[in-house]
Design a protein around this ligand. Structure first.
Ligand code: MG
Length: 368
């Protein structure tokens, strides 16, 4: 099989809630997502998506996805998309680093391989370990009362795991955590995610104040060493996210007992190929994961869903249904949710084909 053409679309994803806010006053109102289609000489097409969380969350930005694809895509014409490790090598030859740029290509190649095999993608990632997966709901940063009210709304929809966006002033964050934990049933999971927003002393003030509450602490500070310092000084379960970008990062953090759970974002590590390797290492080393991405729409959510359902339930701490945060579906085949759990289709590949016309005209075309 050979790649004959690659098309790229820029998709604006407005938010149902109007705005998504997290640490230190950062926010996004309309996400800029990139969707790609890879066409082949067999008639099979695959789809991928990459949507950074704005330009100041990770070293990734929306226009950078498309600029990077201009470096990579020409060299992939005539390559075999089913030889995915080789495709990854070719991408690394065409462009150093920039794993997020390579992620949508890798996802689209997995979509093609699974369609060629006539199997849903989860079957190629190890098989269905779960029929559906627990979702967490991210609660956009706001006042303590507003965040508690938002949490209760999503509790009513069936969500049982919540991720509070903190990383602001310590006194405000302590109030946020107490208000939301106090409004939740005991069996619900609550994560306070600072998204790197605290300095060490701020983090210590927060973790000391909430040390008797049932809450996880996620990525308090920007650096790995700072996070480990906070980890050593709290008895709360601890999650690392932004600093875990590769297998070496993961192995080091496990060997140094730096966390109890990681947050695995598909585009941050460079696609499904690398995310699957890290997933498998986590299972072997006893580290549960939140499986997700930086952001996305229907296609990114489908990729998350397939990786998550092929992960044993004990190791799938939660996943994210990004397409439920936005108001712009591109297909009625998108993964759906029921009572806070994500389900994927049994159709071959990712199981989602964009509706004709839903993407508009492509902004970039390579090959035929
Ligand atoms: Mg996080």
């Amino acid at each position: 099989m050979k790649i004959t053409g690659i098309s790229v679309w820029k998709i604006d994803l407005p938010l149902r809630e109007g705005r998504y806010s997290w640490a230190n006053g950062k926010y996004v109102e309309v996400f800029d997502s990139t969707v790609i289609e890879i066409r082949t000489d067999s008639g099979i097409s695959g789809y991928g998506e990459c949507c950074p969380l704005g330009p100041v969350y990770l070293p990734a930005y929306a226009a950078g996805v498309r600029a990077g694809l201009c470096e990579i895509a020409p060299s992939l014409i005539s390559a075999d998309p089913t030889q995915i490790t080789e495709i990854n090598r070719q991408m690394d030859t065409a462009l150093g680093g920039h794993p997020y740029v390579k992620s949508p290509v890798d996802i689209a190649c997995w979509d093609i391989l699974a369609k060629a095999a006539g199997r849903p993608l989860c079957d190629l990632l190890g098989g269905r370990a779960q029929n559906d997966v627990r979702l967490y709901r991210a609660i956009s940063q706001d006042t303590a009362d507003a965040m508690a009210a938002s949490t209760r709304r999503y509790l009513d929809e069936g969500y049982r795991a919540f991720q509070l966006k903190v990383g602001g002033a310590p006194a405000d964050d302590i109030e946020r955590i107490r208000a939301v934990r106090g409004s939740l049933p005991d069996d619900c999971i609550l994560v306070a995610d600072a998204n790197t927003g605290w300095t060490r002393h701020e983090a210590i003030r927060v973790v000391d104040a909430i040390q008797h509450l049932d809450v996880y602490i996620e990525q308090p500070c920007p650096g790995y060493g700072e996070c480990v310092s906070v980890r050593r000084r709290t008895n709360r379960p601890f999650i690392l996210d932004e600093v875990i970008c590769s297998v070496p990062d993961l192995v080091r953090a496990v060997s140094e007992d730096a966390m109890d759970v990681i947050n695995l974002k598909i585009s941050r590590v460079g696609g499904i190929t690398k995310a699957r390797t890290m997933r498998d290492v986590c299972v072997e080393l006893g580290i549960p994961m939140t499986i997700e991405d930086s952001w996305g729409g229907d296609i990114a959510t489908a990729a998350i869903g397939h990786l998550a359902v092929s992960t044993p339930a004990d190791f799938c701490f939660s996943a994210t249904d990004f397409n439920s945060y936005g108001s712009k579906p591109i297909s009625d085949q998108a993964p759906d949710r029921e009572r806070g759990r994500l389900m994927i289709s049994g159709r071959p590949g990712l199981g989602i084909e964009p509706e004709p016309g839903s993407l508009g005209p492509p902004v970039l075309d390579f090959g035929e």
